[in-house]
Design a protein. Sequence first.
Length: 342
Amino acid sequence: MKEKLEQIKEKALSQIQDCDSAEKLNEIKVSILGKKGELTDLLKGMRDVAPQERPKVGQLVNEARAEIEKVLEESKARIEKAVREARMKTEVIDVTLPASKTELGHRHPNTIALEEVERIFVGMGYEVVEGPEVEKDYYNFEALNIPADHPAKDEQDTFYVASAVGDILLRTQTSGVQVHEMEKGKLPIRMIAPGRVFRSDEVDATHSPSFHQIEGLVIDKHITFADLKGTLAEFARALFGEETKVKFRPHHFPFTEPSAEMDVTCFKCGGKGCRFCKGSGWIEILGCGMVHPHVLEMSSIDPEEYTGFAFGMGLERIALLKYEIDDMRLLYENDIRFLRQF
């Protein structure tokens, strides 16, 4: 995998250096760094890397991405400069005419936040896994220890697509992706599963019927709650700053036992208390816990031999907190004046 990474990097750098137009440069960027690009495809093969090698390989991938992005920016500036100089030689400019400006697109705050979260966990040896948005009731609820009479299964919360073939629904959480991975029987597991989820909520400043979650799962021998706390504390420091502290509060989730909610020190006031954290000095960021033994059993994993932890966070909540946005609806209005700030 390291050889393939080096080949991708050398190929990308060579293509970028030979590029002489902004259009070709963008094509190269998409083919290497895009959602279906070569580097992204390489990341999907992390599962084939030995667990002890994943952190090192993840770091190499991040370094290669950073180097390619740097060269892309340098080449972009070089091409733009060359275009300007050529235009100045061939065109007569009437300085009395109004200037024209080409509007360029910009990455969405959700995309920026997701890429940062993925880089942190890939650097710790995790792989990024995707799953279906239209899901069976079993994977969305039953396999996660949520019984048939649980309030979350009420149609007021869940969008059901069909029931004649065994209750097909729009997933309400990305936790079902974890079940699919556990059923493959390839242990150990270290993964995160970002994706869109759907719930029957009214649109307001903090709710939407369609939003995004990031679920995480680790299954291995001798995994303890201390591993969970250490992992999430490191994640919080990488995302919000080295001075960030974390606090775990007891909670209840059907698929984890024990369960907790994690708070981080307010990154605006440093934990002293302000309007942003409502004077508490802490901000709730995610839910987590040790995987319930019954959930392991339903996926044919022996809870006497293997243990694990899981966590889940809302991507929009991460973006709202990190960029101090106070209304979730701003993320979906596509106002260029808003998006240009990120």
